[in-house]
Write a protein that binds this ligand. Sequence first.
Ligand code: IP8
Length: 259
Amino acid sequence: MKAEEGITILKIGGSVITDKSSDDGSAKLDEIERIAAEISRFSGRLIIVHGAGSFGHPQAKRYALTEKFDAKGAIITHDSVKNLNRFVVNSLNKAGLNSVPVHPIGNTVCENGRIVRMFIEGIRIMLKNGFVPVLHGDVVMDTVLGISILSGDQIVPFLAMQLGAERIGIGSAKDGVLDNEGKTIETITSSNFRDIEKYIGASENTDVTGGMFGKVDELLKLCEISSITSYIFNASKNGNVLKFLNGENIGTAINNTGK
Ligand code: IP8
């Protein structure tokens, strides 16, 4: 682990590590283990954020958490996604990493669904000492709504800004953002997004946080305030996670330069 190296943030989508068509938490354990093995071959400073997949979206929908406050539903949803986080952390540690679960419910406050504060001091110390923090989409406390659903897609750019990340990768189950012929769009910027957004379809399964559109939207917002390029790539393909971690630019690039 080289302490002077830049920070990489990798999001693993819920559709990669869970069966998103299930309505109550079905994990793809083989995929989690395969990805953990790829990640274990990377020695830089790394933060992992994973999506909730069928461990969060169906539960949030069942209790209508994006529409109304429901304390019981919030706890059930959080507990479920925490179970997925345990699978991820255990696999990473079995693969040789020292990864630490970091549950946003306890360290993040939102206002109307947008992060206003996150206690990241612990994450800084983890990175300094070679630990790999593993966060996830979660239910969090909200100053206006009581609780809100926080997507990992919002956590990634927030952490990138706070910690000055160098590389961002969003591992999804598709070869990036696809056009109307199913071809990967190479680069998305705020100037070509208007032409492209019509191709970005809704998720086939339950998704309370905006699917692919939500990801692109969050990463474009990041481009307005930073010069970081993010990559949305297919993490379901063997070897792609390691390729991204090793510096290969795969999938769709999202930036403000168009290159
Ligand atoms: O899958 C969603 O997080 P995401 C969080 O990263 C919950 O969008 C609890 C549904």
